[in-house]
Design a protein. Structure first.
Length: 274
């Protein structure tokens, strides 16, 4: 018997990167997937974001490992999109058990006159997470089956990363800290319903959000970033893989973690122990 047999997972930001990895890994362990992604470019984001073709590839890969998946194109900044994606999935699978608010952007470089980057970062990664919770929590409670919520934060959600104080970096740090507060609030309120709420905190992950030409050029042209050791891990690895985060989320979603709630789980190669 697989670890998530009969479970249904709702994942945002599913078209590629960590979200795709989570969908595949949980499907390998028996979960059916409800997936949502914006599949469009947010202008303040300096790297190319996921596309409809990326979302179709996630569907293909989940099915390739024997999983079932229902996907929707939607923006976590739009409550109606979240509701529509969740409704479509529940109509197909009958319920939802684990929720992974994972949609994220990293508008941390670019001209300092780009204040919209602050609003986009906070709207996607803090307000968007709250909207997912606000839609899904009443459903989890009404179902009476318990459940899990695992929010994607960051190593930057436990300590500041001293890259710059431009609007995008400030918004990113604020949002990743902010979801920890949401997690602590919801974990206390939902414990009586056997709904567990946690955050995961990756260091740099080998996904298009970080591993892209635009960011590499930025680091090369700003040697103070490397000199400050802003992104260096104590363990000798530059970037971890998305599946490393997926394995942590799988554990938190499984019965192996049935009494684990209210924690900040670093998967950071020792970053926060520097």
């Amino acid at each position: 018997m697989a670890r998530l047999d009969g479970k249904v997972a709702f994942i945002t930001g599913v078209a590629r990167g960590q979200g795709r990895s989570h969908a595949i890994r949980l499907a390998q362990e028996g979960a059916s997937i409800i997936g949502m992604d914006i599949c469009a470019q947010i202008p303040s984001v300096f790297y190319p974001m996921a596309t409809r073709e990326d979302l179709a590839e996630t569907e293909r890969l989940v099915k390739e490992v024997g999983g079932q998946i229902v996907t929707s194109i939607g923006d976590v900044r739009n409550r109606e999109d979240i509701q529509a994606a969740l409704t479509a999935g529940i109509e197909q699978f009958g319920h939802v058990d684990t929720v992974i608010p994972n949609a994220g952007i990293m508008p941390v470089i670019g001209p300092g006159e780009q204040p919209q980057a602050w609003f986009d970062a906070v709207d996607v990664m803090l307000t968007g997470v709250w909207q997912v919770l606000d839609v899904v929590v009443p459903i989890l409670i009404e179902q009476g089956r318990g459940g899990t919520i695992t929010i994607t934060s960051s190593a930057a959600g436990l300590r500041s990363i001293g890259l710059n104080t431009l609007p995008g970096q400030a918004g990113y740090s604020a949002a990743k800290h902010g979801v920890v507060g949401l997690m602590r609030l919801y974990s206390k309120q939902l414990a009586k319903h056997m709904i567990r709420v946690n955050t995961v905190h990756p260091t740099g992950v080998n996904t298009p959000m970080v591993a892209n030409a635009e960011y590499g050029e930025f680091v090369m042209s700003h040697p103070e970033v490397a000199a400050d050791d802003a992104y260096k891990n104590p363990m000798p690895v530059e970037l971890i893989e998305a599946v490393d985060i997926s394995n942590a989320i799988l554990f938190l979603a499984s019965d192996e973690a049935r009494y684990v709630t209210g924690i900040t789980m670093p998967v950071d190669a020792g970053y926060n122990n520097r």
